[in-house]
Design a protein around this ligand. Structure first.
Ligand SMILES: Nc1ncnc2c1ncn2[C@@H]1O[C@H](COP(=O)(O)OP(=O)(O)OP(=O)(O)O)[C@@H](O)[C@H]1O
Length: 270
């Protein structure tokens, strides 16, 4: 089994506050490996370091120590084998949905005509055929997420990095999007690193769920193989007795960390 992404013994220390001497170790000695085609979710308490790990995988942030490998090669700079989808809206408001999807392709050197054809096909795949000429403000939140998904997948990345991509959506739209992502993933089997607060979402979508400790110095404290059959419907799978059992097992590890995470946030705010 080939590894798509390896984070080996990663430590990340930030300078914190105004005092130059003051340092905060967000991530400590964390190893996380994702096989080609594997869907892995990372859950952990608020502020523990999930986004920091994703930024490391994206090559947007350099670790203080440890190394990152992409398909066996050391990562230098931006991870060009990866596509990202973040919590915040990433669409350019002055471009139509179609232009938003086309721009990444054109940046890669695809001709305008070919980029248009591919972008139209991706918009259709995410259920937005006929919406290409709308601007982001003319689309619903779910439609904007679909556009962002088309934008990410159109570049055909081997690794997909997602940081709470659906957290702003209402529950029905969210479940529709989760099922769509699972269908698209099943068709093309990319490696996915999915960050979420939501344990139900993590279990419903993933092959494996990794639980991070509360910070400072977050690190994995549990790893669970999700042996639920696929294809899955994220709403239906939640009532499967095995889902409930996995949820109980993972929550027993996560619960104390969530409580520690809240205490930590309150201390930081004080
Ligand atoms: N550039 C930075 N400078 C200083 N501290 C930072 C920086 N980026 C993150 N941190 C701190 O590192 C810790 C981890 O942050 P991170 O955003 O990775 O957590 P998270 O688990 O993704 O949070 P959430 O669940 O709330 O999205 C936090 O305490 C945060 O304040």
């Amino acid at each position: 089994m080939s590894l798509a992404l390896e984070l080996n013994e990663i430590t990340v220390t930030f300078r914190s506050g105004d005092e130059r001497e003051s340092r905060y170790t967000a991530v400590a000695q964390t190893t996380l490996r994702i096989a080609a085609g594997e869907f892995v979710s990372v859950v952990g308490p608020t502020g523990c370091g999930k986004s920091t790990l994703l930024n490391i995988a994206a090559g947007l942030l350099e670790p203080s120590s440890g190394d990152v490998r992409v398909f066996g090669e050391p990562l230098q700079g931006i991870n060009r084998r990866a596509g990202y989808m973040f919590q915040a809206e990433a669409l350019m408001p002055w471009r139509s949905a179609l232009d938003n999807v086309m721009v990444g392709l054109q940046y890669r050197g695809v001709t305008e005509a070919e980029a248009r054809t591919q972008a139209e096909a991706w918009l259709a795949r995410v259920g937005l055929a006929g919406f290409g000429d709308r601007y982001p403000h003319e689309l619903s939140g779910g439609m904007r997420k679909r556009t962002a998904l088309a934008q990410t997948l159109a570049l055909d990345p081997d690794i997909i990095l997602m940081d709470e991509p659906f957290s702003a959506l209402d529950i029905q739209t969210r479940q529709l999007m989760e099922n769509e992502v699972l269908d698209l993933w099943a068709a093309r089997k990319k490696a996915v690193l999915f960050i979420t607060h939501d344990l139900d979402e993590a279990i419903a979508m993933s092959d494996r769920v990794v639980v991070l400790s509360a910070g400072p110095g977050t690190h994995p404290i549990g790893e669970f193989a999700i042996d639920l059959p696929r294809p899955r419907d994220v709403a239906e799978v939640r009532v499967d007795p095995r889902f409930v059992e996995l949820h109980t097992n993972i929550w027993s590890v996560l619960r104390d960390e969530v409580l520690k995470g809240y205490a930590q946030q309150l201390k930081k705010a004080a």
